[in-house]
Design a protein around this ligand. Structure first.
Ligand code: NAD
Ligand code: UGA
Length: 457
């Protein structure tokens, strides 16, 4: 099938390269002319594991191409996917202007019988809006609109796309549903469930999925706070509840609050559309507020602990700017809230990330090596779960530092090893190391006498 992908970002590039790999002929269009010129030379503007190879292979076998000429590309296409950004508007609603502009741009060139497929994350009713925009431009044209939300995660985008939990397609006619099935035939043949529904349902499924996953994270983060107070360990609680198949173990890792280009903006949009339609999404409203508060509270904890140990004006090394590991994306990452608050509190901050660089972080010293970032620091704060950080030589790290505070906000390290290296360990969802180390006396418990232990007062 001849496919055009409008927007060559994380989703457009992954989808385009994967569809080409599946045997379709794909042209990706972007308004960023430099991005297009680079991509034609297989220079990929984002870091996504496996994407470079897929793009190189698509270019080499001729099934993948890039252009800035939207009209020429669209004129040939059976399917025109829209994968442009849908950022937050200031009131939390979604800004649909990129989608609307893309629909207007493709409309004059659509060939009869073409389908416009909305891949971007959009609120209920957007497919209808896109249909109206195109119909305004091309009154007599036979065309259809489908909603095909994407569920890939950055960092594992290709695996997520090629082995999806499900493919969701919203259409308002059977012919379009059949054509969408043809697009995904190789994945369906491998067992991917294909959900065919209305466009509105497909739009709602995407938001409800992201909102629910974000709720799981918000929930475990609240549980983590409780664990810290009552000397529990959130990792054990998370495993203990996650093994219940009704709950599931995924997205139960406590951390510094969710970030990224999707959960924050999509929860805001979901809450906004709820308010607008008189169906308030109260859980999500609370989640958004608590997630933002969490980042600020974790920053405050660093500032307060440093005041105790280093007085005013300590030095902090922050490891991790990306919103999660295996991506260079720092959109709404915890670092973007926490680092400025550390700076405002008068702390000197050095920063390291293996991939992400964010120019909005001002007044910090960027370092190309985690050990160098920690030189002379009173505290080190880990904000992204990069494998490289998990493998850090803690004995070497502490030698570089002036102080010994480790804020392990991704629970990367084994507490015993951290303490053995001389660090003080502030983890998520665990009481401070001092409390954990209180001597315990074993007591005979009426029912569980072999294992019960209590902390001494
Ligand atoms: P992105 O910002 O990385 O990429 C968008 C691209 O579209 C940019 O390269 C931009 O130049 C281009 N563009 C904008 N207007 C254009 C136009 N009129 N013609 C051609 N190109 C145009 O965005 P993204 O992260 O790929 O997200 C795209 C959509 O997919 C969003 O709605 C997002 O919510 C959704 N989504 C993202 C992810 C993810 O992991 N990033 C996952 C699932 C869904
Ligand atoms: C998320 C969804 O997982 C995808 O299914 C969806 O397609 C995408 O949003 C989207 O709509 O754009 P992504 O943002 O790439 O994908 O990354 P996630 O792995 O979901 O992580 C999001 C945030 O939650 C990160 O900050 C991550 O560190 C955090 N997180 C995730 C946790 O704190 N704990 C967890 O257990 C899981």
């Amino acid at each position: 099938m001849q496919i055009v992908m409008i927007g060559a970002g994380y989703v457009g590039l992954t989808t385009g390269a994967c569809l080409a790999q599946m045997g379709h002929s794909v042209v990706c269009v972007d308004i960023d002319a430099k991005r297009v010129a680079d991509l034609r030379k297989a220079i990929v503007p984002i870091f996504e594991p496996g994407l470079d190879e897929l793009i190189e292979s698509g270019l080499a076998n001729g099934r993948l191409d890039f252009t800035a000429d939207v009209r020429a590309a669209t004129a040939e296409a059976d399917m025109v996917f829209l994968a442009v950004g849908t950022p937050s508007a200031p009131n939390g609603e979604i800004n649909l202007s990129y989608i609307e502009a893309a629909a207007r741009q493709v409309a004059p060139a659509l060939k009869p019988g073409a389908t416009v497929v909305i891949k971007s994350t959009v609120v209920a009713g957007t497919a209808q809006k896109v249909r109206e925009i195109i119909a305004e431009e091309r009154e007599a044209l036979d065309f259809s609109v489908a909603s095909n939300p994407e569920f890939l995660r950055e960092g594992s985008a290709i695996g997520d796309f090629m082995e999806p939990d499900r493919i969701v397609v919203g259409t308002d006619d059977q012919r379009t549903a059949r054509r969408m099935k043809e697009v995904y035939a190789p994945l369906i043949a491998k067992g991917a469930p294909f959900i065919s529904t209305s466009t509105v349902n497909a739009e709602l499924i995407k938001y409800a999925a992201n909102a629910f996953l974000a709720l799981k994270i918000g929930f475990i983060n609240d549980v983590a706070d409780l664990c810290e107070k009552v000397e529990g360990d959130v990792s054990a609680v998370s495993r203990g509840i996650g093994l219940d198949r009704r709950i599931g173990g995924a997205f139960l890792e406590a951390g510094p609050g969710f970030g990224g280009s999707c959960f924050p903006k999509d929860t805001r949009a979901f809450a906004a559309i709820g308010r607008k339609n008189g169906a308030p999404q109260t859980l999500i409203e609370t989640l958004i507020e608590r997630n933002e508060m969490r980042k600020r509270r974790l920053a405050k904890k660093i500032v307060e602990q440093l005041r105790h140990t280093a007085g005013r004006g300590g030095r902090v090394a922050v490891l991790g700017v990306a919103f999660k590991a295996n991506t260079d994306d720092a959109r709404e990452a915890a670092a973007l809230t926490i680092v400025p608050l550390l700076r405002e509190a008068g702390l000197t901050v050095s920063v390291h990330d293996p991939r992400a660089k964010d120019p909005s972080l001002r007044g910090v010293a960027w370092s190309d090596c985690p050990y160098r970032a920690c030189k002379g620091a009173d505290a080190v704060v880990v904000l992204t779960e990069w494998e490289e950080y998990r493998k850090l030589d803690l004995a070497r790290l502490i030698k570089e530092m002036k102080g010994n505070l480790l804020f392990d906000y991704r629970n990367l390290f084994d507490r015993e090893k951290v303490l053995a290296s001389g660090f003080r360990h502030v983890a998520i969802g665990r009481a401070p190391a001092e409390a954990q180390r209180k001597p315990v006396k074993r007591i005979a418990h009426p029912r569980w006498s072999d294992s019960a232990a209590v902390a001494m007062p």
